[in-house]
Every structure is written in C-alpha cells, then in structure tokens.
Design a binder for this molecule. Sequence first.
Ligand SMILES: NC(=O)c1ccc[n+]([C@@H]2O[C@H](COP(=O)([O-])OP(=O)(O)OC[C@H]3O[C@@H](n4cnc5c(N)ncnc54)[C@H](O)[C@@H]3O)[C@@H](O)[C@H]2O)c1
Length: 252
Amino acid sequence: MATDVQRFGGKTAIVTGAGGGIGEAYARALHAEGANVVIAELNDEAGQAVADDLGDRALFVSTDVADPESTDAMATATVDAFGGIDHLVNNAAIFGDMELAGLTNVDYDYLDRFMKVNMMGALHCTRSVMRPMGKGGGGSIVNQSSTAAWMGISGFYGLAKAGINFLTTSLAHELGHRNIRINAIAPGPTDTAAMNKQVPEAFQDPMVAALAIKRLGQPGDHVGPVLFMLSDEAGWMTGHVMAVDGGQITRI
Ligand SMILES: NC(=O)c1ccc[n+]([C@@H]2O[C@H](COP(=O)([O-])OP(=O)(O)OC[C@H]3O[C@@H](n4cnc5c(N)ncnc54)[C@H](O)[C@@H]3O)[C@@H](O)[C@H]2O)c1
C-alpha cells in the first residue's frame, strides 16, 4: 500500500496478533507509512507470511503474549533488529476459536489461559517495551478493546476487554512520566475470518440493523483512528478509549 503520508518514518512499531485480521491491517498501514514493523504472533505460519510479504523493514517474532518471558524476548528481538521501540499495538487475542461458555460454567483452566492472553497479554507486552521505549524518549501504545467491554453482558470476553480499558487508563498514569502515551480502540463488529467464525450470519444481521451505519466494519475502518492515536498528532491524548463502531454504542 503506497501512501504519501509518512508519520512513522524511522520509527519502530510492534503489532501483536498481526498474522491476520485487524492486526495485519495495522501492521501493513504502519509499514506503508515508513515504520519498521514487528509482527509478534503466536501462529508462526501466518506471522511469517505477513512479514515475508511486507519484505524490507518487517520482522516476524514468534510470540506468546500470555508469557512474560516471551514478550521480553519479543522486545529484545525488536531492539536488536531496529535499535529501539517507539510504538506498540496490543491487538492479540483469542477470538475466532473462543469457546462458547458463560462465566458460571467456563472451565477454570481455559478461563485462566484466556485472561492471560486477552487481558494480561497487553500488560506483559507493555512491561516488556516500556524501558526501551522510555530510553528512546518515549512512545505510544494502543490497546485493542471492544464495544463488548461496555455492553456488560458478553461474559469472559467482555470481562477481559473491560480489563483492557482499565489497563489503558491506569497505565496512562503510570507511564506518563516516561513520555509514553497509552490509548485504546473499541471496535464494533468487524468483518474478519475470526468474527465470521464466532458470530454466525443469522446473528450478524440484527447486529448490523441496530448500528447507525448499517454495515459491518472492515479492518481498514480501524486503521486511521489507531495510527492517529499512535502518532504525534495525538500528543496530549492518553488514557482514552475510542469507539469505532458504526454507532453501536451511544453515550451522552
Ligand atoms: N472482529 C471483530 O468484530 C472485533 C470487534 C472488536 C474487537 N476485536 C478485537 O480485535 C482484535 C483482532 O481481532 P480479529 O477479528 O482480527 O481476530 P484474529 O483472530 O484474526 O486476530 C487475533 C490474532 O491474535 C493472535 N493470537 C492469539 N493468541 C495469541 C497469543 N497468545 N500471542 C500472540 N498472538 C496471539 C491470533 O493468532 C490472531 O492472528 C482482537 O483483540 C479482538 O478481540 C475484534
């Protein structure tokens, strides 16, 4: 993707879960705007394929965001390859293959792993990058939340995303003195292979009918808001959760 706008020339960005879906769209857009991009992904084949396709200035690092040793290794590999870390997008999550269960009957081992990936993963990655980021004069982070966090009814998926929102506001205060900003995006229903697997078409139709803009989101719909929050244009914005959802959530 060629673009004349180059807000990230000479910068280095890590995108977790960038082997497909929305994360891949972020990685491709950051790369197109000049960034060195690290694809930090659990699915080796998918992550390597995106990095190979991007070519120069792209690196795949096999990463499990649930494991702090793995996210430390991700940060080290990034600094070794590109000399520093300026941006992080905490996008990775268990989503398409998510088990259908409620909070009262989900298996505890499954729930433990789920929360380690979908909530704690963002904290592990943030802790792994904050020192190199601070050393380089600061940086910015965007967490991938969901409108599910505000609906209050989507079980452990929503619980993890509510945790992501809390991490966003709380870490903004802990990291501000290092000149690190941290914001979040809350996408509404977005047309990815994972979403189509998780939400059958029969459920998608009423969901779309309830939106103000009557179509599913596309991964590209989230790119502009996320790159804005990562960029210097949002230099005094931190601790904010931005809905990008076709009007699914309305608040006054
Ligand atoms: N698609 C939607 O409707 C929608 C809506 C709101 C929020 N989201 C959020 O957006 C993000 C991306 O969703 P998507 O639809 O592109 O799904 P996706 O499944 O394509 O993306 C998730 C990626 O994370 C990777 N991943 C999973 N566990 C990992 C781990 N432990 N370590 C590293 N990588 C791991 C997966 O391999 C996958 O590539 C997720 O955080 C999801 O919760 C999606």
